[in-house]
Design a protein around this ligand. Structure first.
Ligand SMILES: *Cc1c(COP(=O)(O)O)cnc(C)c1O
Length: 518
């Protein structure tokens, strides 16, 4: 069947000429501040979905991209995905489904998304985006476009920075610079970043917290004079790799299609019957991908949004009111979900209002000015048809790590624990797929607290507090039946530190660091 190309419009109704996939990957954000979304969503038949079971993961990805009509040939897609989902993953399944409960038919199933090079689920998308970014730049040049070089600038609270560095390292036509808050990331996360290899990468510690770091990077993006100067002096344009880029969302749709295929293949669901999915949610990107998979025809009854104490999304799904007016930012054992403004929710609002860019614009404006908005009853009903929601306080999160380990001998990280607990509460008659977003060893200290029944934030015992996180992980592994530690995390203490420079968090310091790097 011939694939028709799907073009992209934006959530605030500003794009006049719908864009191709390769264009939106390079642009990231739409003009006017909206997000790119497909003008239409392709549909897969049940036979097509089940047929994917016979293909390796890379070919499943290629198939979904073809049906989304991306502007690369099938041969090119096959070649790119063979590189993307290759040996850098520690299992040929790429993202296996585990059933810790012996009764497959009745149990909870876990989709492990952390088998990539940095042990967090961000790899699923950040191995793909850079490859497509580079291929899109080549396409643009072949069509007579400018031969601009692209500098990816990332402010990170931990997981994204490393996954983006790993993805963009030595990728043609790009360089990448990452800023992390000096005192705001874990020992493991910092070591992962400052030991990054590659000719085109650079990492800076920034004084201040993540918000300062992010605000300065955003101000650099908004500085038109700086952009002109970079282009004139260095033939370089700034770009972003954060999860508002559609090139990060589409690879995530793939694993939901693939997960259903695998569950049907092993009899965890009868082909055609619905499953429910619980996703530990921060920026709403991962769960949004599950929603797109459902629209493509994957039998998903409910997607359940699992929040930690920063439960702005759970409250929104239950009430229709998104408010950050009196909400305090809380630190939890699942830091990658500590977020109050979830950018990808805008995509859902646009879809459930029947592509009403004007209304979405008004809600986003209200969030900027009044720090809250409320959707109408019809919109809320549509959201509640597809989504459930629940939240888990920090002490219950840690207790869940222990419960799951003691009951099933299966060790999970704090983000997965939030999803597990919410999934237990939400489970009805359908098989439940719990999405696991990080290997436990990325968050070893909190896994230790969970296993040993300590309070969130409690000091570790004297003899453990002197250890590096790598050494602590080995202790945790001993307690937990020799649970394996991914090699990339276990060897961090041996790797050469390449980046030690700390800079102040103001926009001038960030901009001059970019110029020095180039
Ligand atoms: C980024 C992240 C999340 C949140 O995913 P969103 O797509 O932002 O909702 C959850 N868990 C881990 C470990 C992450 O790194």
């Amino acid at each position: 069947m011939a694939q028709s190309e799907i073009r992209y419009i934006d959530t605030r109704g500003k794009v006049v000429e719908p864009q191709r996939f390769s264009d939106v990957v390079i642009k990231g954000l739409a003009p006017g501040g909206g997000l790119f979304v497909p003008a239409e969503i392709p549909h897969l038949t049940m036979d097509e979905i089940l047929g994917l079971a016979k293909l390796p993961y890379a070919r499943r990805a290629s198939f979904v991209y073809q049906r989304f009509g991306v502007d690369f040939t099938p041969e090119k897609l096959d070649a790119l995905f063979d590189r993307i989902y290759g040996k850098q993953f520690d299992t040929p399944e790429i993202c296996p489904i585990i059933c810790p409960i012996s009764d497959v038919a009745d149990g909870m199933h876990v989709l492990e998304l952390w088998h990539g090079p940095t042990s967090a689920f961000k790899d699923m998308a950040l191995q793909a985006l850079p490859v497509f970014f580079s291929a899109s730049v080549e396409k643009q040049r072949a069509e007579g476009g400018p031969d601009t070089h692209y500098l990816i600038a990332v402010a990170t609270s931990g997981d994204t920075g490393k996954a983006a560095l790993q993805g963009f390292a030595d990728v043609d036509h790009t360089s990448i610079v990452v800023y992390y808050p000096r005192d705001g990331v874990s020992d493991i996360q910092r070591k992962q970043m400052v030991t990054q290899e590659g000719k085109n990468v650079c990492v800076y510690a920034v004084e201040g917290n993540f918000d300062d770091c992010q605000t300065s990077v955003k101000r650099m993006f908004a500085d038109a004079d700086f952009a002109k100067k970079l282009l004139a002096d260095h033939n370089t344009a700034l770009s972003s790799a954060n999860s508002i880029n559609w090139g990060r969302l589409l690879p995530q749709v793939v694993y939901y299609v693939s997960a259903y295929t695998m569950m049907a293949e092993r009899g965890a669901v009868k082909a055609g019957d619905p499953i429910d999915i619980t996703v530990p949610t921060g920026n709403f990107g991962n769960i949004m991908a599950a929603w797109y998979a459902k629209q493509m025809g994957v039998p998903i009854a409910r997607t359940v949004c699992a929040s930690n104490d920063n439960k702005v999304l759970t409250d929104f799904i239950n009430s229709g009111i998104y408010t950050i007016r009196e909400r305090e930012f809380l630190k939890t054992p699942s830091p990658s979900m500590d977020i109050l403004v979830s950018s990808n929710l805008e995509r859902l609002l646009f879809e459930v209002t029947g592509h009403d860019g004007e209304t979405v614009r008004a809600w986003e404006a209200a969030l900027d000015s009044a720090r809250e908005y409320q959707v109408d009853a019809e919109t809320l009903a549509k959201i509640q048809q597809d989504f459930g929601a629940g939240y888990v306080p920090s002490d219950e999160c840690l207790a869940t790590i222990r419960e799951v380990y003691e009951t099933y001998g299966y060790l999970i990280d704090p983000h997965t624990a939030v999803a597990w607990k919410v999934a237990e509460q939400a489970k009805g008659g359908n098989p439940m797929l719990v999405v696991s977003t990080a290997n436990w060893a990325k968050f070893g200290a909190n896994v230790y607290r969970g296993l040993e029944g300590l309070e969130p934030g409690a000091a570790l015992p004297e003899e453990l507090s002197k250890l590096t996180d790598v050494e602590l992980n080995r202790q945790v592994s001993k307690i937990a039946g020799d649970a394996p530690i991914p090699a990339g995390l276990d060897e961090l203490d041996q790797k050469e530190v390449r980046f030690t420079e700390a800079i102040s968090g103001d926009v001038e310091a960030i901009e001059s660091s970019v110029v020095r790097f180039l």
